[in-house]
Design a protein. Structure first.
Length: 229
């Protein structure tokens, strides 16, 4: 799990960063842990919008999992490789879980913001999840190739991606996710909000970190049981 510095404003201090709609950051010391069990908080509830965010699975699934993630975060990649394939096979493809991605590019990751906008632009060509996979699978190449070249391996036009990524609309979509995370006290990646959704809003428990699949599965099963009562 990677954590963004805590938002802070005070004269003569550099203790953190303030996340705003304009994505203005002042980055300070990075704190990392590998799993949520190493940095467990009391259960916290978040309410987030899900309008327009990329999703997979049935809109009528008993529960929804909203992921706040950073394409350059190694623990997000760990979740992508170890837990998401099992989640997809056992719960998403069987209609039990809807999965939604939100962007939380951390300020100390040089390529995270571009990667987020590249994926958002690929969504317009119906290639979001292919691009999502490519960015995580080639995470080590984000510095040498660049996010747009990695995204283009899915068949989308690289020049069009770069043009789209510079647009106010695309930047705003990512920045709104970032601001929403701040409003809900979400600073670490990956973070999951697991609960139930209406047409445009999602409310659920905040779970931090790339926790092991057996533990993650247990949480999913509990939330499904609660939703069916």
């Amino acid at each position: 799990m990677q954590r963004s510095p805590w938002p802070w404003i005070a004269a003569g201090t550099a203790l953190g960063c303030l996340l705003t709609l304009g994505a203005q950051f002042t980055a300070n010391k990075l704190s990392e842990t590998k799993t949520a069990s190493q940095d467990r908080r009391a259960p916290t509830i978040a309410t987030v919008s899900i309008t327009g965010d990329p999703s997979m699975g049935s809109a009528t699934a008993p529960i929804t999992i909203v992921e706040f993630s950073d394409f350059e975060c190694p623990y997000c990649k760990q979740f992508h490789e170890e837990a998401l394939p099992k989640l997809k096979k056992e719960y998403i493809e069987t209609g039990l879980v809807r999965f939604i991605h939100k962007d939380l590019p951390l300020p100390f990751h040089q390529h995270a913001q571009q990667a987020a906008t590249a994926a958002r632009c690929a969504q317009k060509d119906g290639k979001y999840w292919e691009t999502y996979n490519a960015l995580f699978n080639q995470q080590n190449c984000l510095g040498c190739k660049g996010p747009f070249a990695v995204a283009a391996t899915t068949g989308v036009n690289q020049r069009e991606l770069e043009r789209c990524s510079r647009s106010k609309e695309t930047k705003q979509a990512v920045n709104i996710n970032t601001s929403e995370a701040e409003l809900n006290g979400i600073r670490a990646t990956p973070t999951f909000v697991i609960g139930t959704s209406s047409e445009s809003l999602h409310k659920g428990q905040i779970i931090e970190g790339a926790i092991p699949w057996p533990e993650f599965k247990k949480i999913v099963e509990t939330k499904i049981s609660e939703a069916r009562k």
